[in-house]
Design a binder for this molecule. Structure first.
Ligand SMILES: Cc1cc2nc3c(=O)[nH]c(=O)nc-3n(C[C@H](O)[C@H](O)[C@H](O)COP(=O)(O)OP(=O)(O)OC[C@H]3O[C@@H](n4cnc5c(N)ncnc54)[C@H](O)[C@@H]3O)c2cc1C
Length: 473
């Protein structure tokens, strides 16, 4: 490993490269008592090839400095042949502008556009227990779309298309590669190397190990860091929905019910995707319903009048009138959500929801990205966007480190990555958690506080813009 600074960047890279095995070769680590056979030695191993891990591999493969390094992506599930079916998948994500620009920078976005996506030009979020609402439209955020709804499979296929293209030469991918565990970085002569042990007995070594292996990350566990987590005792019920009437369908709708938020995300003029958060017992019940009863219950969730407090109603209407007098939006521009005609056959499914925060995103020669580092309630549609933010920053800091003549495992870039991302991710996670808790309350003071808060936020353009700007960066 090159530890000292060299004069020219080229020299640095050439020296680095020559010190690493370039191809997958069988090597025995000197001084390693475990006698593990190392099938390949890499500069970087990314554990987990979900949306975040694949994007990281792609971003590193496209970066002019990191593309000189040898990178291995290990994914536990098999390599699936993707076929774009006419029917939509029930798993979708709302992607923000920052994600779009990352995907554009690594040439992935055009693949998504060639398959399918739906822009969100308007968003309405409202409370079932009062008249309060907040709405965002394209003009609120730099005249661009509020978000894009993309199926997880489509996004993963788009990333993989680019990852496997000739534009990227330095990334090896192994599918069906179930990682059994890790040995902590071993000091081998001057080298600090991680050992990655596979279930089939294979073994790989690397300088920097990056965990993109999701909520139950084994990389995180191997780092021995503190992990704060809780379950919401809620599940996110998803389904692909056929709307009762054709419409432009570029609005994302979210209604906060006492049992959890229900959201319709647009897919095309007649189809939307459902993310409906509710208690675990209710989710099991909803999954067991006939298609017809399910749709009835869903339409109720979107339309039903919940018990109202006259004090809250009076206060909301007084605040609305005051805002009107001041020439500010009073929240009376409420639009009605579409009604649902049917759910696509076999598209209903439910996923447990929880919160997770790793106190450290980095440890010597290790780093975490995506859900491995942080898990968030889907009500703000931020989970994978936060992960893509990690990808952008980690790639940038590692590239800067190489440029400055530092090693990729040097603590400085890793710590910069951690502090920068935690400054962004933790407030987003806590705000989502606070919203989830606040909207589950039906006590009059809580409904009153959140309703007036929502009305004022909706009326004050700079605050709304600040929220959107945080959500899109
Ligand atoms: C209902 C719901 C709706 C959501 N909606 C949104 C939304 O609108 N917008 C948004 O931004 N986010 C949303 N999210 C969150 C988003 O889905 C996650 O943040 C995202 O999937 C995390 O991606 P990841 O790549 O970090 O982890 P994962 O998707 O969990 O990928 C981890 C990968 O690692 C692999 N792996 C794990 N362990 C091993 C091992 N031992 N060996 C080998 N491979 C391994 C797995 O096979 C997997 O491919 C939603 C989540 C839910 C549940």
């Amino acid at each position: 490993m090159v530890l000292c600074r060299v004069n020219s960047l080229n020299n640095l890279l050439m020296t680095r490269i020559s010190t690493h095995a370039r191809n997958v070769s069988t090597t025995r680590l000197s001084g390693d008592n475990t006698q593990d056979k190392v099938k390949g030695k890499y500069d970087i191993i990314i554990a987990g090839g979900g949306m975040v891990g694949c994007t990281l591999a792609c971003a590193m493969g496209k970066n002019s400095l990191l593309s000189k390094l040898k990178i291995l992506l290990l994914e536990g599930s098999p390599d699936k042949k993707f076929v774009l079916k006419p029917e939509y998948s029930n798993r979708v994500v709302a992607l923000n502008q920052n994600t779009k620009s990352l995907m554009n920078s690594i040439d992935v976005w055009p693949h998504v556009e060639n398959m399918r996506l739906q822009p969100v030009r308007h968003m309405q979020v409202w409370d079932a227990c009062s008249e309060a609402l907040i709405s965002f439209s394209s003009s609120d955020i730099l005249d661009d779309d509020v978000a894009y709804i993309v199926e997880n499979d489509v996004l993963l296929e788009a990333i993989n298309k680019e990852l496997k293209s000739n534009a990227i030469q330095n990334v090896d991918i192994v599918y069906g590669a179930k990682i059994a565990g890790y040995d902590s970085p071993k000091a081998l002569g001057r080298e600090m190397r991680n050992l990655v042990k596979m279930e089939n007995g294979d073994c790989y070594s690397c300088d920097l190990l990056i965990g993109a292996d999701g909520v139950n990350s084994k990389v995180r566990q191997s780092m021995g860091v503190q992990y704060v987590s809780w379950d919401y005792d809620q599940m996110g019920v998803v389904a692909t929905l056929h709307l009762a009437e054709e419409c432009e369908n570029t609005t994302a709708w979210q209604r906060f019910l006492p049992s959890g938020p229900v959201a319709l995300l647009p897919l095309n003029s007649t189809t939307s995707s459902l993310v409906w958060s509710m208690g675990t017992a209710q989710a099991k019940h909803v999954l067991s319903l006939s298609d017809e009863s399910f749709v009835d219950e869903l339409n109720d969730a979107l339309w039903k009048q919940y018990p109202r407090s006259s004090a809250v109603d009076a206060c909301v209407s007084w605040v609305g009138a005051a805002l009107r007098r001041a020439g500010l939006p009073d929240g009376a521009q409420r639009q009605l959500p579409p009604s649902v005609r049917a759910a696509a056959p076999a598209s209903r499914a439910a996923f447990p929801l929880g919160f997770g925060h790793s106190a450290r995103y980095v440890a010597p020669a290790r780093a975490l990205v995506g859900d491995a580092a942080h898990r968030v309630h889907p009500l703000a549609g931020q989970g994978v966007n936060l992960g893509f933010g990690d990808v952008k920053d980690l790639t940038q800091f590692l590239s800067d480190a190489l440029y400055a003549g530092l090693d990729i495992t040097h603590p400085s870039p890793l710590e910069k990555y951690e502090s920068g991302r935690q400054r962004h991710n933790v407030p987003t996670q806590l705000a989502s958690d606070a919203l989830c808790r606040l909207y589950s309350l039906q006590l009059v003071p809580a409904v009153l506080a959140r309703s007036v808060g929502l009305q004022l936020t909706n009326a004050l353009h700079p605050i709304k813009k600040m929220i959107m700007s945080h959500a899109t960066t």
